[in-house]
Design a protein around this ligand. Sequence first.
Ligand code: GLN
Length: 400
Amino acid sequence: MKRTATAVRSGAQRLRQFTESVIREQTRMAMEHKAINLAQGFPDFPCPPVLKKLANDALAADWNQYSITWGLPGLRQAIAEKAKRYNGIQADPHSEITVTCGSTEAMMCAFLGLVDPGSEVILFQPFYENYHPDSYLSGARPRYVSLRPPDWSFDETELRRAFGPKTSAIVITTPHNPTGKVFSRAELEVISKLCQKWNVRVFSDEIYEHILYDGARHISPASIPGLEDRTVTINSASKTYAVTGWRVGWAIAAKPLSDAMRKVHDFLTVCAATPLQVATQGALALPASYYRDLAKEYCERRDYLIAGLEDVGFRCFKSQGAYYVMAEAGKFLNKKLKDDTALARHLVSNVGVAAVPGSSFYQQSGKNARNDLLRFCFCKKEETLKEAIGRLKKRMAVAP
Ligand code: GLN
């Protein structure tokens, strides 16, 4: 059937404040130009063989139907034990843990279930791009607090000013995407005081909790006095076990918060993929050595990528955690390549390497917005990183 030219009413109003994901757009461009994708953060190496076996076994054992909406009881039990052991969080697996389709859904459930239209949500900037649409889809207005390089610390006064009677929640990502910052106990205590004063909830994205460098320690906001009952702790199998396509995530929160989030999850997705929930339960039983090796291997990749990028002429901020590096690209900006977006486009189409323009992590019109940064991810095989650096070295020297 032929489409008519008549204007049909399309996109809802609530979509107007944000664009499609720049990260995923870069992935599509990388595929189109056969570029190496150092944009979207997903590994190009296989997940641990034991996970493949767990998933295969789950399918062979006929785990093919919906799970209980809140997640398989065995998986919730395993998450509760891990939260107690690693995060210092006590949670009742029956009423305080909800398994979701990735941490992306968990965060959306937190926003839609707990944030009222007309309220405000505090985001540290640069922010992971999802939180912006999450805020607008829930009808809230984001308030931004800057993380300032080189250490990406925040100014206490600026943070204090962002809180007010309309504040509903603050989003914390630790280790942080895109900067690699790991929030310290002292910083979390400052946040806790303000959250108690203004009765604000914390939405804590901790998906990189095991990817830590140079002795950095992961501290879960929910383990800080004053935040236990007001924090939604979000995590997933994606980054820890190199299975970003499995879409198995979870949210841990006190019962009143979990009840609200479960109402959204129930109608949004019903449940995460059942056989992969079974496999994730098995993954949570991996020994401590798995996590030690994970951090060590990512640390080597970080050092390799940073050294290569600096050789090319980028100035890198050394990440303390997660698998990204923010790089200053001012040296490459000129009349033709005016900003990070133009440079990222040039990189993907002419150099053969995809990165994310830093501006997609900033409020567009904000006074602290930067347009001279690129985010590169290093969750890739050594040979992939080598090839990327090789292309950058060879082709960045040539004027566009
Ligand atoms: N978290 C990853 C990143 O920041 C993947 C983003 C996504 O597409 N969900 O690149």
